[in-house]
Design a protein around this ligand. Structure first.
Ligand code: GLP
Length: 240
């Protein structure tokens, strides 16, 4: 595991951009695993900038997202489909049919999980972007999710619902379930880049990097990955 400590959020975003640019330029049909949350927004801005300056194109890029809330339509401002549209897709030349995200509105959610899992096995990712939850979750794999897990419907922990309530008018509006890529599917990406910023992530980052490899901290599984980079700011790295 490689650890890069940056002086601030802007430097995290620019450092992550360089890694993504290299992957995009080195593959004919790059497959990017993408993430939501506030942390990757700066990287998405850099990717848009790189596209506008003609350094990169998304024409041949496929994206697969980590997760989606159950029950929110793709037009709901807090759905992850909407987030991706607003923060990246609408500003670059990606072909929407190559931008994949689980559908949390399907009646048969188990069938949707199976469909997504099959899609992932046919779409190996060249790079997977991750944030980290305050409790060490990756995607929506909460503490004690199995390391060999595949895409499934998950119940969000109290901590995650509280953390994510800042995006909703009322905590009762936060969905309690999501469809999440499983840890084994995240781990199968060729390269993994995890971004973290802020003191509220320091304990989770410490457990992921220095703690025992244990499902109590889902991100700790990344210690076993052969090509994983943590790009951190000073605050999130301060316990290391
Ligand atoms: C959500 C997402 C995660 C993300 C986490 C942290 O729970 N499912 O993929 O890593 O939030 O979000 P933020 O970057 O806003 O702290």
């Amino acid at each position: 595991m490689e650890i890069i400590v940056c002086k601030n959020y802007e430097e995290i975003s620019k450092t992550a951009y360089k890694v993504f640019e290299e992957v995009i330029l080195s593959r004919k049909n790059p497959v990017l695993g993408l993430a939501t949350g506030s942390t990757p927004i700066g990287l998405y801005r850099e990717l848009i900038d790189g596209y506008k300056k003609k350094r990169i194109s998304f024409k041949n890029v496929t994206t697969v997202n980590l997760d989606e809330y159950v029950g929110l339509s793709k037009n709901h401002p807090q759905s992850y489909a909407y987030f991706m549209e607003e923060n990246l897709f609408k500003s670059v030349d990606i072909d929407r049919k190559n931008a994949r995200i689980p559908n949390g509105r399907k009646k048969n959610l188990n069938k949707e999980c199976l469909r997504y899992s099959n899609l992932l096995s046919k779409t190996p990712r060249d790079i997977q972007l991750l944030g980290i939850g305050g409790n060490g979750h990756i995607a929506f794999n909460e503490p004690f999710s199995p390391f060999d897990g595949k895409t499934s419907v998950v119940n969000l922990s109290k901590k995650t619902i509280e953390d994510n309530s800042r995006f909703f008018d009322d905590i009762n509006d936060v969905p309690t379930r999501a469809i999440s890529m499983g840890i084994s599917e995240i781990f199968s990406a060729r390269k993994i880049v995890l971004l973290a910023s802020g003191k509220n992530k320091a304990k989770a980052v410490y457990d992921a990097v220095k703690g025992s490899i244990n499902p109590s901290c889902p991100a700790s599984v990344l210690q076993n990955h052969k090509d994983c980079i943590f790009i951190l700011d000073k605050d999130s790295a301060f316990l290391l």
